[in-house]
Design a binder for this molecule. Structure first.
Ligand code: PGA
Ligand code: ZN
Length: 412
């Protein structure tokens, strides 16, 4: 048991070059926990506000003015730290202090507690548990708001080495598909620049169906069968396409529009044709019943809510009642504090809703989410394939493979 002796913050930059906040929490004057907040580009309507009035400097000022309130708390007392944050912000979405601050303070505190206890972070977060590795799920081809004009409207095509028995082989397989896809894209278009989107997936000038075809081709070229050694996933991020006025999904780049019913067919055809293991936000963030229709159709695919659920346990409870999804994205900064996110994970696990712990498109080079994915018994860890800020999370999994507390891969 160690008490927080100092808490300090600073403004840094995330992988998109936007300002963010980093927090240092020190216990007993020597155990440093440090966390830097990420941020999203395709942000859900109901997720925690990143910074008050969009200004990281406001969050920094708030923590500087209130640091005394945290000093003397046990660094491992996640609930106590969360309650202290809530005493500064009684809004439902952290609009006063910023979800990024709640994220960074709670994760830095738990990291400090882990160092003091000489235990890995995942163990401190879930004591006396059995642990498995989540399958890395990585963006290999990107479009939508993560890439420029001419790229697919669909935000992400992802790879997951579902046949791998070890974390080493799962990571290596994802990397090999990402590399092979580059060769396929260069053949397809001699002018392909090797450009990549915000999360490290290739960003070619291709429409949606062609992008899916080349992704499948890269897997086949390596001798893999979709649904066996590897599986594809898609983050449709459909709220980006949804036009409230028209009540239609507008695919600007490909040049077509889908009614609500047509969108269900559009997504269903892709899930079927490419035997997707994972399909995220196939409809917009308020279409709980349309999601339920897709979930009923595809019990063997992780029909996943991201913008739909925004790591909010009350929204998840509603979705469970409506059978809107069988899997959910966990993004700590959508919830706000790590305490909020772990409470959310409890509800998901108690109801057999599969968890996928996820990065944001604007990331730091931190790797605590690898521990959070393990501690929450996530089936997958959505952290990209390449790019320094993505590799940092994968490399942490490799370091953790030296740990005999984690045995084998999650069951998906
Ligand atoms: P974001 O994208 O971090 O830009 O929100 C990731 C996602 O939609 O899953
Ligand atoms: Zn998403």
């Amino acid at each position: 048991m160690t008490k927080i002796s100092s808490i300090e913050g600073r403004i840094l930059y995330n992988s998109r070059g936007s300002k963010t906040i980093e927090i240092d929490v020190e216990s007993e004057g020597k155990f440093l926990g440090r966390a830097c907040a990420p941020s999203g580009a395709s942000v859900g309507k109901y997720e925690a506000v990143c910074f008050p009035n969009g200004k990281p400097e406001e969050s920094l000022r708030i923590i500087q003015e209130n640091s005394q309130k945290f000093i003397g708390l046990e660094s491992s007392d996640l609930k106590g730290i969360h309650d202290t944050l809530k005493s500064l912000d009684n809004s439902t979405n952290y609009s006063r202090i910023g979800g990024a601050l709640a994220f960074a303070v709670t994760i830095a505190s738990m990291e400090s507690a882990a160092k003091a206890a000489k235990q890995p972070l995942f163990e401190i977060l879930s004591p006396k548990s059995s642990f498995k590795f989540p399958f890395p799920l990585g963006n290999i081809l990107g479009g939508g708001v993560h890439a420029g004009p001419g790229t697919p409207d669909i935000q992400e095509i992802l790879i997951c080495a579902t046949g791998s028995k070890t974390i080493e082989s799962a990571i290596e397989t994802n990397l090999s598909v990402h590399k092979e896809l580059r060769r396929v894209l260069e053949k397809e278009d001699p002018n392909f620049t090797n450009g990549r989107g915000d999360e490290g997936g290739w960003a070619p000038k291709l429409e949606n169906q062609k992008a899916l075809e080349v992704s499948a081709k890269a897997c086949e070229n390596l001798g893999f069968t979709l649904g066996k050694e590897v599986s594809l996933g898609v983050d449709f991020a459909s709220s980006t396409q949804w036009n409230e006025e028209k009540q239609k999904y507008v695919y600007d780049r490909a040049g077509f529009e889908n009614s609500a019913g047509e969108q269900i067919d559009f997504a269903s055809n892709i899930i079927e044709k490419y035997k997707l293991i994972f399909a995220e936000d196939a409809v917009h963030e308020e279409a709980f019943e349309d999601m339920a229709e897709i979930t009923a159709k595809f019990p063997n695919t992780m029909i996943t809510g991201d913008d739909l659920i925004v790591t909010n346990k009350n929204i998840l409870t509603k979705a469970i009642g409506l059978k809107s999804c069988n899997a959910v994205i966990l993004k700590v900064n959508q919830a706000g504090s790590l305490y909020d996110a772990l409470e959310f994970a409890k509800v998901a696990n108690q109801n057999n809703i599969r968890l996928i712990t996820s990065h944001r498109s604007g990331e730091s080079i931190d790797s605590q989410i690898s521990h959070i994915g393990i501690a929450t018994k996530s089936k997958m860890l959505k952290v990209g394939v390449v790019g320094g800020e993505r590799i940092a999370k994968l490399n942490e999994l490799l370091r953790l493979s030296e740990h005999d507390l984690i045995r084998g891969m999650a069951e998906i």
